[in-house]
Design a protein around this ligand. Sequence first.
Ligand code: GLC
Length: 481
Amino acid sequence: MKIAILASEGAPYIKSGGLGDVMEALPSALARIPGNEVALVLPYCKKILDNSAYETELVSQLYVALGWRQQYCGIYKLKNRADGVQVYFIDNLYYFGGRNGAIYGDLDDGERFAYFSKACLDVLVALNFIPDVIQCNDWQTSLVPVFLKAQYYPFFPKTRCMYTIHNIEYQGWAQPEFFDDVLALPREYRDRFDMDGAINCMKAAIETADMVTTVSESYAKELMYPYYAHGLDSVISGNSGKLTGITNGIDVNTFNPETDPALPAHYNAETFVEGKAACKKALQKEVGLPQKKDVPLMVMVTRLAGHKGLDLLCYIARRLLTEEKCQLLILGTGEAHYEKFFLDLQAAFPDRVAAKITFNLALASRIYAGGDIYLMPSKSEPCGLSQMNAMRYGTVPVVHATGGLRDTVPPVDEKGENGLGFTFQSYNADDFLSALKRCLHLYHNCKPAFRALQKTDMEQDFSWDKPAGRYMNLFHKMLNT
Ligand code: GLC
């Protein structure tokens, strides 16, 4: 099967969050399936252009029509990728290559990603890569199914399009003028974009794509409710017949405590007791915490954003630190008030708390390995990957039972058995604290059970093999094959 995967970010080239990880591992898993040919198309961002590790060659140049604009598009092919995925970068200095810093957040993001979505389709035509299936992701490529249907049908009469929602919070809103000025689509497409008198690109994608998926089974159900859907609940329910949840995997080769080059010691499910102890000791030193072997180290690697459940942690942090023997380490950047809160907490409890306000992937790995307990109290979580990374490294998760966290962390019983971690049901700080206390109790008073749980966590199959198979089943269903 010929599959084109279109996205605004993809690790290792450029990544701001989980979407980037998925765009590394899913194409790779699909390419491993015999008979598949997989192309991944990404924007040629400055960070990729400047990185000499990525050898590319210019294969074609064209102009993309965007409303009244004719915009340059260079197609660069990546030369050195080993897993069989063919990666193409879309080059345009004005939209991508000439900009510094973050991938998103510019005032013209709408136009930039409309350009990208249209350019992707033009590029597939130029390369004569006529896919059976296009898989596109989040609001940035939400225009693909619409352009495909409205303007590109003659080139791709048999191509089917799957649209995947990684996070419904970001929908691609624009002023009404955007429709004529940038999209220049036929009038009859106007209604599917219309929401509260403005343009909503994600809505149009959900209504137009042949299939819609999201990144966990529970999130697919949650999206029917206003609490989770950020205004799109009725659009989702109206299209529920074509919506499926497929829980993500993680890249088990990158996230492997036996080989991860960032770690000071390596281990597996048999040798983790010594291995993790060595990693913990080194980590405590690295972040400036006392090197205490028997004090549980609670860790968090996260964007410091509201929906990650930081309010709950802020609310209970002082109580937790006063009532329990523990250390807390948090790594991440984000909203200024959270950054300040954790720095203040570190100043108040210098022997107990370390706040690393930075983005550092190697340190993140050392935290997954050196921690004992992983906190993820997200208010909502489409899938979440770091709880799986943590378990793969033998760090026991304490999570809010929502979205992908509910699907990947079944709760343990009172003996710490028959599950993978500790969960709480309602988004409530006291419930979070009591889940944490249950976990700490197991750590302090039932060490063998805690160790057995770590081992079970490490032995789970979080690889992409099964989810990739589920994507394939849906692809076949779309194609009637
Ligand atoms: C988004 C979601 C996260 C998910 C990731 C990959 O970042 O917020 O829950 O794991 O996408 O699908």
